[in-house]
Every structure is written in structure tokens, then in C-alpha cells.
Write a protein that binds this ligand. Structure first.
Ligand code: PLP
Length: 477
């Protein structure tokens, strides 16, 4: 299928963007230009690219990706960035503002996630504490490294193992690879939630941590965190709630009366949580919070060097120097939006998601998976769901194709609450399903890729393909 070839019922599809779409349009630099370019010219070029890209996500065509997106909010964050652009939290003496912002982002996030009801007294070493990282993946990596080092030191575990549901984010697998931790994936149940009994059966003497998600990325159904964390508590091991996606939405959903199972520090077995400020916290990209029950665990995350010729050196997360402006933006977003704003945004998102969920369920041939709140996954036993994904891509949508089982999801954000977006999504989806029904076996992009992946037992081949795909990002010609 070419970019424009596939036009079913519904409006003609615009050409799909490709990752090298600027090659013809703008100069490509393979070396630093001999003389500097005019700054105004650079800004004009970047503004053009921004406008081209915003035309897609700004009209609500993206799943997740941009969680707020309203112009006034973006302009405000940009002003905050401009004021703080030189700030680096590594140099606390130069930028005490960064220390203030980071400690308050941690405190506000902890309070939102049940610190006050956790039984841990603020100001004591048992308090809920944490740091700001660069994103969800870093928060998860940090937490897993922390549990590895804690278990090695306290329990002498040298062949550490983490037990996570199969739907846990790929960041857990990345942590396993990076830090030499064995990852045990436990298949989720028919309801797409973690299987508590199977998790219990998978625990060994080398298990350092269990995890669950609130909610997991693929199907958006919150894991039974209470049962899982009790399992961990009973065995004296850590429990991490991955609330990267839901951490800044579920607390407000609960206040609005939606059915939100417990997932935060109110549960005594939850020893750490990742919650992404750069998702439903509405901060600019590049921040997340990783929180721990007690200073002792957090100490296992920290790095301190005592004998370096560069002097005593310490840093709380993977980075050395860090963008203080991003922490400032994060703080500013939280303080400017306030509880009232978060509640109102959550109300809009959840109502829109409910309407989309109902609309998908009403499309013949599609099935909504489980009963999600805002990440809505759907599949089909009648048409090729990846064909539907391809057809939606032709209609400008950037949805997430999921695997095992084959399905597609839309992660609802504020961009979808704009008038007409949900209706357009459902109309396009109805057309896409009809098109695939009329054109079974049509050549597509994702359908053959996942189809092929299913037939190749050697995952190394697929992994190599993905690595070559990434090589392409860096190829200039
Ligand atoms: C549940 C969950 N955990 C972790 C992550 C990773 O977050 P990031 O992309 O910020 O690294 C995501 C991202 O979507 C997520 O949905």
C-alpha cells in the first residue's frame, strides 16, 4: 500500500507522514556549518515544522503523546522554560530554585498518591519520598536498580529476579537487561489483569520485587494492586506500582466517583510508585516522579562518589547535569492547574473516553477489551485489526497497534475532548472497519509486519530488524 493508495469509504486519506519527511524541504546538516545561520531563519524553519506537526496531534489525531495541548498552557510552560533555561539541579548552590521545585514536585505527587494515609510520618526516615526523573522509563529503571542493590546488600541476593505481569511496560524488560535482573513475565488473566495466583507461584527466593500497573499501557485495565502488594508484603519483598500512565489521572477519577481500585501508598505493601508528570501531570516532556516508602530505599537509588579527583560527587538519578527548566515547568504546571484544574481535566477526559468506549462497542465487528477507564483497546474476530489500524493511519490517526493478542488502542487525552474529535474518531473507525471488510487481505503496513512476527519463532531476528529500524533514524542520506 502506498501512502495515498488506500482510500476506502470515507474521505480521501492525506499522505501519511514519514520519519524523513523534511529531507526534501530543509537543508540536511552532516557537519557544523562553517558560519552560523541567521537565528530568525532557524526559528522560522522550526516554527514551520511545529505547525506541520501540531496540525496532526493538535486536532486530536494522536493516541496519548500530548496529554494537554491547549495553546495557553503550552505558552505558559514555554515562558517558564525560558526563565529557567540555564538551571541545573546538579549545582544546588547556583540554583536553589531547582531544589525548591524538585522537592515540592515530589511532595505534591506523594501527597496525591496517598502519602498522608500511608502510615508513614512525614519528616521521619519512613516518609514517602522520591526524586524527579526524566520520564516513566527512567523512573522504572531507577526503581528496579534500587531493588537490585537493596536485595544484594540486605539479603545477599546475587541472581535477582523480578516478577511482573505480561502487560507491564517494556521499561521493566529494559531494566532487566540493563541491570542483570531476570524478568519473569506472568501471563495476565482473561480480564487482562495480573493473575495473582500465578504471580504467587512464580515467586522464588531470588525474587526482589513484584510489580503491577495502574493501568498497564496495552489494555488500560488496572491490575489488582491490593492483592499483589499484599503478596509482596507477606514475602518481605518490594512492590512497585507503575502508575506512569494513571498516576496523575486516577486520584481525580476516584474523587469524581469512578471505580478506581486502590493502587497507591494507602496500601501498606506498595513500596514504590512511578507517576509521570509529563503525561496527565501536563508538564512538558522530560519529567516523571519515582517515589519510595522510606529514605532507606531511596538511598539505594542515589549515587555518591567519595574519591574522585573531581571532588565529592553525588547525584540522585542516572543523569549528572539535569535540565532544571523541565523541573521548573513541571512544578509550574502542577501549581497553575491545581486540584480544581486536574479534576476538571479528568472529568472531560473520562467522559470523552466513556463516549468513545460506547461508540467502539457499537461498531459491528469490534470488541472493547475489558472495561477500561481511559485507555481503550479494541479487537476483532471478524476483520484484521491491523488492517483497521492501517486504514486509520491513512485517515491521519496515530493509534497504537498492540500485540499478543492483536488489538489497537486509543489513549484518551485532553486533545480528544475538543468538539467533534470523538465523533470523527468513531466515524473514521466505522469506515475503516467497513473498508477492511470489503478489502480483506489488502496490502498494509502493520498487518504484514505483525503477521510475519507471529510466524518467526526466533525473536532475535525481530529484535535485529527493530535495531536496523532505529539505525534508520540516524541515517542522513
Ligand atoms: C504504564 C506505563 N509505564 C511506563 C511508561 C514509560 O513512560 P515513558 O515513555 O515516559 O518512558 C509508559 C508510557 O506510556 C506507560 O504507559
Amino acid at each position: 500500500m502506498t501512502d495515498t493508495a488506500k482510500q476506502g469509504s470515507g474521505p480521501p486519506a492525506p499522505p501519511a507522514a514519514t520519519i524523513k519527511s523534511y529531507r526534501q524541504r530543509y537543508e540536511t546538516y552532516s557537519r557544523i556549518p562553517a558560519t552560523g545561520r541567521d537565528r530568525g531563519d532557524i526559528l522560522r524553519e522550526m516554527t514551520e515544522m511545529r505547525d506541520l506537526e501540531e496540525a496532526r496531534w493538535g486536532r486530536g489525531f494522536a493516541s496519548g503523546s500530548v496529554y494537554h495541548g491547549e495553546r495557553e498552557h503550552i505558552d505558559f510552560l514555554n515562558k517558564v522554560y525560558a526563565i529557567n533555561s540555564q538551571s541545573n539541579p546538579l549545582h544546588t548552590d547556583l540554583w536553589p530554585s531547582a531544589v525548591k521545585f524538585e522537592s515540592e514536585v515530589v511532595a505534591m505527587t506523594a501527597e496525591m498518591l496517598g502519602a498522608g494515609l500511608s502510615g508513614a510520618r512525614p519528616g521521619t526516615p519512613d516518609e514517602i519520598c522520591g526524586v524527579v526523573s526524566s520520564g516513566g522509563t527512567e523512573s522504572i529503571l531507577l526503581a528496579m536498580k534500587t531493588y537490585r542493590d537493596y536485595a544484594r546488600d540486605k539479603k545477599g541476593i546475587t541472581r535477582p529476579q523480578m516478577v511482573v505481569p505480561s502487560t507491564a511496560h517494556a521499561a521493566f524488560e529494559k531494566a532487566a537487561q540493563y541491570f542483570g535482573i531476570e524478568i519473569v513475565h506472568v501471563p495476565v488473566g482473561g480480564d487482562f489483569r495480573a493473575d495473582v495466583a500465578a504471580t504467587a507461584a512464580a515467586i522464588t527466593e531470588d525474587t526482589i520485587v513484584l510489580a503491577g500497573s495502574a493501568p498497564p499501557f496495552p489494555h488500560g485495565i488496572i491490575d489488582p494492586i491490593e492483592e499483589l502488594s499484599e503478596l509482596a508484603r507477606a514475602r518481605g519483598i518490594g512492590f512497585h506500582t507503575d502508575a506512569c500512565l494513571g498516576g496523575f489521572l486516577l486520584p481525580w477519577a476516584e474523587k469524581l466517583g469512578y471505580p478506581v481500585p486502590p493502587f497507591d501508598f494507602r496500601l501498606p505493601g506498595v513500596t514504590s510508585i512511578s507517576a509521570d508528570t509529563h503525561k496527565y501531570g501536563y508538564a512538558a516532556k522530560g519529567t516523571s516522579a519515582v517515589l519510595y516508602r522510606g529514605h532507606e530505599l531511596r538511598h539505594y537509588q542515589y549515587f555518591a562518589s567519595t574519591d574522585w579527583p573531581g571532588g565529592f560527587y553525588c547525584s540522585p538519578s542516572f543523569a549528572g547535569s539535569r535540565p532544571g527548566a523541565l523541573v521548573a515547568e513541571c512544578w509550574a504546571a502542577m501549581v497553575a492547574i491545581g486540584e480544581e484544574g486536574y479534576l476538571e481535566n479528568a472529568r472531560r477526559i473520562l467522559e470523552t473516553a466513556a463516549a468513545i468506549k460506547r461508540g467502539i462497542a457499537a461498531i459491528p465487528g469490534l470488541e472493547v477489551m475489558g472495561d477500561p477507564l481511559f485507555v481503550i483497546a479494541f479487537r476483532s474476530s471478524e476483520v484484521d485489526i491491523y488492517g483497521v489500524l492501517d486504514a486509520m493511519t491513512e485517515k491521519e490517526w496515530s493509534l497504537n497497534g498492540l500485540y499478543k493478542p492483536p488489538c489497537v488502542h486509543l489513549c484518551t487525552t485532553l486533545t480528544h475532548t475538543q468538539p467533534g474529535v470523538a465523533e470523527r474518531f468513531l466515524a473514521d473507525l466505522r469506515d475503516a472497519v467497513a473498508w477492511v471488510r470489503e478489502n480483506p487481505g489488502a496490502e498494509g503496513r502493520m498487518a504484514p509486519l505483525y503477521g510475519m512476527a507471529n510466524t518467526i519463532p526466533d525473536r532475535g531476528v525481530i529484535s535485529d530488524t527493530l535495531k536496523r529500524y532505529m539505525d534508520g533514524w540516524y541515517r542522513l542520506a
